[in-house]
Design a protein around this ligand. Structure first.
Ligand code: ADP
Length: 168
């Protein structure tokens, strides 16, 4: 059984992520989307919220499972009994970091290979960070994130702004 893990922050999931999930899931028996619960980053959405959104947008893919994890990706990959890590490459800027991560992971765990997908040209410029920035200033994000996610981002940002104002 071929199992792969697609780890990331997915804060929030974008159309670019979904494209990778669809293409990667077609190659393996099971794809586990691992939602990183990283203490070093302050996410807009909690890990549970990110998992829920991913479950929602991948419900048409029967061999995709979504799970939150913390700690090292390779440890999570091992726990999933997976042999592959899936990552997306948007531009040259992604390359250096991704190559370093893939080599590090392979030196920690020789049984794990990283598979890179080149991103769909239409989505190559999309990042979760840009989505949050555009939404913060009231721009249209419907072209960047799946329809189920759009309103959730606006609502979350509105509540963040309200919290900020309350705090002075
Ligand atoms: P991380 O914080 O691990 O970079 P992200 O959620 O930003 O997590 O990205 C997870 C993976 O998805 C990375 O491999 C990244 O290169 C890829 N990715 C990010 N944005 C896109 C996109 N627009 N199209 C395809 N892949 C993407």
């Amino acid at each position: 059984m071929k199992i792969a893990v697609y780890p990331g922050s997915f804060d929030p999931v974008t159309k670019g992520h979904l494209d990778i999930i669809e293409r990667a899931s077609a190659l393996v028996d099971e794809l586990v989307v691992g939602v990183l619960n990283n203490n070093a980053k302050t996410p807009l959405f909690s890990a549970e919220e990110r998992v829920k959104m991913l479950v929602d947008v991948t419900k048409h893919l029967k061999n995709v499972r979504v799970e939150a994890f913390s700690g090292l990706s390779v440890d999570f990959v091992r726990r999933c009994h997976a042999g592959f890590i899936v990552r997306g490459l948007r531009a040259v800027t992604d390359f250096e970091y991704e190559l370093q991560m893939a080599q590090t992971n392979r030196s920690i765990e020789r049984g794990i290979d990283t598979i890179f997908f080149t991103t769909e040209l239409n989505y190559a410029y999309i990042s979760s960070t840009v989505v949050k920035e555009v939404a913060w200033y009231g721009g249209d994000i419907s072209g960047f994130v799946p329809p189920e996610v759009t309103e959730k981002v606006y609502e979350k940002i509105a509540s963040r702004k309200a919290d900020g104002n309350q705090g002075g």
